[in-house]
Design a protein around this ligand. Structure first.
Ligand code: FES
Ligand code: FE2
Length: 347
C-alpha cells in the first residue's frame, strides 16, 4: 500500500522552522509536493507546489513585498490561503490554488489540510522532560520498511554499536508486546553493552537497558523511553525519550523527524540536564544514522508480510499494518478486501 496524499489530514512535521526564510521551500509528503513560504507578517504558509496555470513549481518563485507567492513562469500571485490573481489578465476568474495550514511547534513546521483542528497537533512535551533538540534523517526506503525497522529491537546487536545489547547477549533479552485498538506497546530489557557515549548518561558496565515504546498512527510516530538500572536494581538518574515521526515523502523514501527529551528524578542531577540532554540527542542521532545506513539493503521488502517467517519480536508489525491502514490512511474496514475486514473486526 503506497502513501496517499490525503494523509495530509494529519499534522506532519516537514521542515525545521529555521530552514524557511524569505525564499520558498519545497517539501514532499506522500507523493505530493508543497511550496512553503512566509507571508508579509512572517507567518508560515503552504500551497500545492504546482501552479494552477500550467503547473510550474511555485517553490521556485519568490515572495512579493505584500507576502504573496509569485509563480516563476508567468507571475500569477497567491496569498497564504491560495487566492490567486493573474497580473496579465486581472479579470480571469478561478485562478486559485489549494492552501494548507502550517503551524510552528517545537522548532518545526507542521503541515496539515485547512480543516484539521489544532487539537490534532501531536503534543510532545511532558512537564518533567527537558527538550534536548531535534534532527531529520532521510531513509531510502518506503514507510512500511522504515516503520518495521523501528518496531523491533532484534536487529540491535547487528545494526547498532552503542545502545542496547551486543551479539553475545542475544539470548538474554526479555520482551513483551501488546496490541491495542489505536497503538502498540513494546518493552525490551537486556544487558547494556559498553559504549563510551552512554557513560555520559551515568550508565556503567553491568547495567540493564530498558526500552519501552508506543507507536501511534495519527500520524505514524513512536515514542521510545529508554532507561538503565544498575546490577543492584537501582535506577540510573537519566531517562531519555525520543519521539520519532515517520513521514513518507515518496513511495520509496521516508524522512524521520526526531525530537529528543531527557528527565531525571534526582534533584542533584538537575543542573546537568541540559548537557546530558545533548548527549542523549547525540546518542539518538548515532542510532538513527545506523538504521538509515542499513535500510537501503531492505528497501525492496514487500508491503505484505505474507511468506515471511516472522518471530516473536515481530508481533507488533502485523497489527501495525492494520492500524496504519485504518487510522493513517483512513481505509474503512468495509471498503477493504474481505480478509482485511474480517481481521479488523476480530472475527
Ligand atoms: S505556470 Fe504559473 S503563472 Fe503560468
Ligand atoms: Fe535500529
Amino acid at each position: 500500500m503506497e502513501p496517499t496524499p490525503d494523509v495530509v489530514r494529519h499534522f506532519h512535521p516537514v521542515l525545521p522552522a529555521s530552514a524557511l526564510g524569505r525564499k520558498p521551500v519545497r517539501v514532499e509528503l506522500a507523493g505530493r509536493a508543497y511550496a512553503l513560504f512566509r507571508d508579509a507578517a512572517g507567518r508560515p504558509a503552504a500551497l500545492l507546489d504546482a501552479c494552477p496555470h500550467r503547473f510550474a513549481p511555485l517553490s521556485r518563485g519568490r515572495v512579493t513585498k505584500d507576502g504573496r507567492l509569485e509563480c516563476p513562469y508567468h507571475g500569477w500571485r497567491f496569498d497564504s490561503r491560495g487566492n490567486g490573481v493573474n497580473p496579465s489578465q486581472p479579470d480571469l476568474r478561478h485562478c486559485d490554488t489549494r492552501g494548507f495550514q502550517v503551524v510552528e511547534h517545537l522548532g518545526y513546521l507542521w503541515l496539515a489540510q485547512q480543516d484539521t483542528p489544532l487539537s490534532a497537533l501531536p503534543q510532545l512535551q511532558s512537564e518533567d522532560y527537558v527538550f534536548g533538540g531535534s534532527f531529520s534523517t532521510l531513509f531510502r526506503a518506503p514507510l512500511h520498511v522504515s516503520l518495521d525497522n523501528f518496531s523491533e529491537d532484534e536487529h540491535t546487536p547487528f545494526v547498532h554499536t552503542r545502545l542496547g545489547w551486543d551479539g553475545p547477549h542475544t539470548d538474554a533479552v526479555e520482551f513483551e508486546a501488546h496490541n491495542f485498538d489505536d497503538r502498540t506497546e513494546v518493552h525490551y530489557r537486556a544487558p547494556q553493552r559498553p559504549a563510551p557515549i552512554i557513560r555520559l548518561l551515568g550508565v556503567a558496565p553491568g547495567d540493564t537497558f530498558h526500552n519501552d515504546w508506543v507507536t501511534r498512527f495519527d500520524p505514524v510516530r513512536s515514542v521510545y523511553t529508554i532507561r538503565w538500572v544498575t546490577a543492584a536494581g537501582r535506577p540510573r538518574p537519566f531517562v531519555t525519550q525520543a519521539h520519532i515521526f515517520f513521514v513518507p515523502e515518496t513511495a520509496t523514501t521516508t524522512r524521520l523527524h526526531v525530537f529528543s527529551f531527557l528527565r531525571t528524578d534526582v534533584r542533584a542531577m538537575r543542573p546537568l540536564l541540559p548537557l546530558a540532554a545533548k548527549a542523549a540527542l547525540g546518542l539518538t542521532w548515532w542510532e538513527v544514522r545506523d538504521d538509515a545506513r542499513f535500510i537501503p539493503m531492505v528497501a525492496d521488502t514487500p508491503y505484505s508480510h505474507k511468506g515471511m517467517r516472522l518471530d516473536r519480536y515481530d508481533k507488533p508489525l502485523v497489527h501495525q499494518r492494520r492500524l496504519m491502514e485504518r487510522i493513517y490512511y483512513g481505509v474503512q474496514p468495509e471498503a477493504a478486501p474481505l480478509s482485511l475486514a474480517r481481521e479488523a473486526s476480530g472475527a
